[in-house]
Design a protein around this ligand. Structure first.
Ligand SMILES: Cc1ncc(COP(=O)(O)O)c(C=O)c1O
Length: 480
């Protein structure tokens, strides 16, 4: 492809993207394809001769799009969002064009310094203290792994990287029963062991119970374990519970344990001054992760990881083969020392595009609107006779279930599971589930970039009518 062709197809692709956003609501939100459907349409072997880009674009439309679940549809209420926006897409295009590799300051000074400044902006925007320094990771899972490994190193006097874990005591990580699975995965990868993640109980609002945490740590110390890290969450995956940082932090300070905060979703709400109560106790926090690629309209991947003691982070991850030695070392940030991969994408560019295009006020307006929508939906559910709310609505997520008449818990779970699948099979909306105290809960997240009250209202009407028909079909349930 020469530059003239690139220009031609580039315009076509941009036109495709603009049209996609204008018409995204016409697609089934959740892809209806069956396993293997897409692969079956792909040639067994790669083409030996060059093919035209037209052919590629045709297959993209005919083969790929039917197998896409439309995360950018405002009718997408599933999981947590992976939002994007036009400025983000344009920023990403430029990143792809530069194809720069941001492992060292010298391998692209602008990429490093823009990342540095974006993390300063983001710190200001979220009200985090100045002592924190930030770096962009690919995902919250990677950032949390970096936190666990740094905590591991600190707890073992920085010997486990060099000597392995066999020479250290048995390390322990603590979090709540609602904490994201990335902590358990990270514990395994970090060599600490998944079994050494201690999941402590939660309070009525599903936030971690500090008394149980203290008891678990004391018990472990009595038995010779080495407490290494506590992970608190701002916005748990199931029900968006907010763990109390001050009470957890006081325990960590007293016992000298690293406190990592998973704000993958909820951290974005810190853009709103009225939500900063969530970081009461931030002085005890060692590290915090927030994903602009979830709720801040910046396409995947873009995770902000902030750490108080950068020296410990770098001491954990730096390794210096000859070919990476530079004359600027020590005078600049070489972000390859701030995490696991050597090669790094230029992710700061799209974040810059998003922050400048929305402005902090524009971002705040959207986030507030999403939170208001969750409250509106909650009010509709409360007002409806045969539905119940299953967890407090703190951010953008509403957990509820359909409960017609006098049915057993087992029947209620079956009915709500069926309702969830029936709703998703309509292609009109997509939502996922969780369990709350053993109850199957529908979980609706009102945080897609362009979601409006009309979309939520339409979804709610569909939920009510589908609930009635699912209930009527069910032979085991008497809804009257
Ligand atoms: C609370 C929480 N933490 C971490 C993650 C993992 O995020 P990532 O996909 O960026 O690794 C998720 C994913 O939804 C999450 O809900």
């Amino acid at each position: 492809m020469d530059s003239d062709d690139f220009r031609k197809y580039g315009h076509e692709v941009v036109e495709w993207i603009a049209r996609y956003f204008e018409t995204v609501e016409k697609y089934p939100v959740k892809s209806p394809v069956k396993p293997g459907d897409i692969k079956a349409q792909l040639p067994d072997n790669p083409p030996q001769k060059a093919e035209s880009f037209e052919e590629f674009l045709k297959d993209f439309d005919n083969i790929v799009i039917p197998g896409i679940t439309h995360w950018q549809s405002p009718d997408f209420f599933a999981y947590f969002p992976a939002n994007n926006s036009f400025p983000s897409v344009l920023g990403e295009m430029l990143t792809a064009a530069l194809g720069t590799q941001c492992m060292l300051w010298e391998t692209s000074p602008a990429a490093t310094e823009l990342e540095e400044q974006m993390m300063i902006w983001f710190r200001q925007m979220t009200g985090l203290p100045e002592e924190f320094e930030g770096v962009i990771h690919d995902s919250a899972s990677s950032a949390t792994l970096a936190a666990l490994i740094t905590a591991r190193e600190k707890a073992t006097g920085f010997v486990s990287n060099s000597d392995g874990l066999s020479s250290t005591g048995k390390l322990r990580i603590y979090c709540s029963s609602h904490t994201h699975s990335s902590v358990e995965k990270g514990a395994g990868v970090a060599g600490i062991g998944r079994k050494n993640v201690v999941r402590v109980g939660v309070q009525n609002d599903f936030s971690i119970d500090p008394d149980s945490l203290r008891r678990a740590i004391d018990e472990d110390i009595k038995h010779g374990f080495v407490p290494c890290c506590v992970v608190a969450t701002l916005g748990t995956t199931g029900v968006t519970a907010i763990d109390p940082l001050r009470e957890v932090g006081e325990i960590c300070r007293e016992k000298n344990i690293w406190l990592h905060v998973d704000g993958a979703l909820g951290g974005t709400a810190l853009l709103l001054p009225e939500m900063r109560w969530m970081i009461d106790g931030i002085e005890y926090v060692d590290s915090i992760v927030i994903n602009p690629h979830k709720w801040m309209f910046t396409n995947f991947d873009c995770t902000a990881y902030f750490v108080r003691d950068v020296a410990s982070l770098i001491k954990t991850f730096e390794i210096l083969p000859e070919y990476l030695k530079t004359r600027t070392r020590g005078a600049v940030n070489d972000y390859r020392d701030w995490g696991i991969p050597l090669g790094r994408r230029f992710r700061a560019l799209k974040l810059w595009a998003v922050i400048r295009s929305f402005g902090v006020e524009g971002l705040q307006t959207k986030i507030r609107a999403h939170m208001r929508l969750a409250k509106t939906l909650e009010a509709w559910i409360i007002a409806e006779k045969n539905f119940e709310i299953l967890a407090p609505v703190t951010l953008n997520t509403v957990c509820f279930r359909y409960l017609p008449g006098n049915i057993s818990e087992v029947e209620a779970n079956k009915l709500n599971e069926k309702l969830n699948h029936s709703l998703n099979d309509t292609g009109k909306i997509y939502l996922t589930h969780t369990t709350v105290n053993g109850k199957y809960a529908l979980r609706m997240v009102t945080a897609q970039t362009n979601v409006s009250e009309d979309h939520v209202k339409k979804a709610w009407e569909l939920i009510k009518t589908t609930a009635l028909s699912v209930s009527a079909q069910s032979s085991t349930v008497n809804i009257h």
